[in-house]
Design a protein around this ligand. Structure first.
Ligand code: NAP
Length: 335
């Protein structure tokens, strides 16, 4: 059978914020399968901030997407053809390299089976996938929370942030979330149960942190970097732990931004700061996935998604993600 693919490729390397004409939609037929490969119909595509780094040639932990190549990305799909004994037609799978396309011809070793009974299948790229694992290991293994700690998390209504705050509440910590509009702030306080919220676009982050954290910040889970991070780092408690998860405020800069010199804050507070990439914990994912699934089932964790329909809308949705238009985990519903 012939599959008519729609794929989104990188046409130009974005300068500053990506624009729609940095991308191109290409229609083509999927060719014959080789042994060990499957064709899958993508059902859910995950849009994530790290993709901005893949569009650039700046030095990073992963190779950039080449011009003309499909934008790489995690997705959940249904197998429609298989030349691999481990996968049969109809199975639901998740993979990190499926990319922005309607059909993917892919080596089966890059796929993981998704159990449809545990949770809606798109959670395989959300709370039970990469963002969930990032929140789990970043918070427990890097931040090392202690009950009673005051925890600050930025991009707090996003995929990772909404989970970090809830994991902190499960761990009996006080949580302050930082987000970019009133609706997001109200949600994380009223629905997710964060103790305090700061709208960084309308409030003075430094003063608010000082006010909400009179004894200082024990844990900062940094999703954004930049000025927000400087304001939190200026309010650390003795022996604070800072996890650098992401620096989204820097991803679209065309010139490096000057910021705080953090050494004094680290020294005087005997604090530590550690960057991490979630893949470091890959061999422990199954353990964390089970824990997150139980919390989700018992409603100890609530999971918010922001769903946009149609693969053609991926570029626009991704540009919106870079500007904070998403409210929750951003997904494209392809089918
Ligand atoms: P997300 O929160 O769902 O979406 C990004 C959010 O960042 C936006 O909605 C926006 O919310 C906020 N934002 C955008 N520009 C900003 C700016 N200039 N200053 C402050 N906030 C800004 O994304 P996510 O998937 O949870 O990822 C969060 C961070 O974690 C990203 O930096 C990402 O690269 C990183 N990450 C790292 C790993 C790892 O392995 N280390 C894995 C996954 C994700 P507001 O409305 O609140 O501004």
């Amino acid at each position: 059978m012939l599959y008519k693919n729609i794929k989104i490729v990188l046409k130009k390397r974005p300068v500053g914020y990506p624009k729609e004409d940095d991308f191109e939609i290409i229609r083509e037929d999927i060719s014959e399968l080789s042994s060990g490969e499957v064709i899958l119909e993508v059902v859910w595509l995950s849009l994530d901030p790290y993709m901005r780094g893949r569009m650039s040639t700046a030095k990073s932990y992963a190779e950039p997407v080449s011009l003309g190549q499909v934008i790489t990305g995690g997705a959940v799909g249904k197998i429609v053809e298989s030349k691999c004994s481990n996968f049969v037609k109809g199975e639901i799978v998740e993979g990190f390299t499926i990319g922005w396309q309607k059909y993917a011809r892919i080596t089966s070793s890059k796929l993981r089976k998704v159990d449809e009974k545990i949770a809606p299948i798109q959670t395989a790229v959300g709370v039970l996938g990469m963002p969930g694992m990032t929140a789990y290991f970043g918070f427990f293994n890097i931040c090392k929370p202690v009950p009673g700690d005051t925890v600050v998390v930025s991009a707090a209504s996003g995929a990772v942030g909404q989970l970090v705050g809830q994991l902190a509440k499960i761990s009996n910590c006080k949580v302050i979330g930082i987000a970019g509009n009133q609706q997001k702030c109200e949600y994380i306080k009223k629905i997710l149960g964060f103790d305090e919220v700061i709208n960084y676009k309308t409030e003075n982050v430094f003063k608010k942190i000082r006010n909400y954290c009179p004894e200082g910040v024990n844990v900062y889970f940094d999703n954004v970097g930049g000025l927000i991070a400087d304001d939190v780092m200026s309010n650390l408690a003795p022996f604070a732990r800072v996890a650098v998860c992401g620096v989204i405020s820097q991803y679209n800069l065309t010139e490096a931004e000057n910021g705080m010199r953090v050494q004094r804050a680290l020294l005087t507070n005997q604090a530590s700061i550690e960057g991490f990439l979630v893949f470091r914990f890959e061999n422990k994912y199954e353990f964390a996935r089970k824990k997150m699934a139980t919390w989700l089932k018992n409603k100890d964790i609530i999971w918010k998604e922001d769903i946009i329909e149609g693969i053609e809308n991926a570029p626009k949705a991704f540009i919106g993600l870079m500007k904070g238009n998403n409210f929750g985990k951003l997904l494209i519903k392809v089918v």
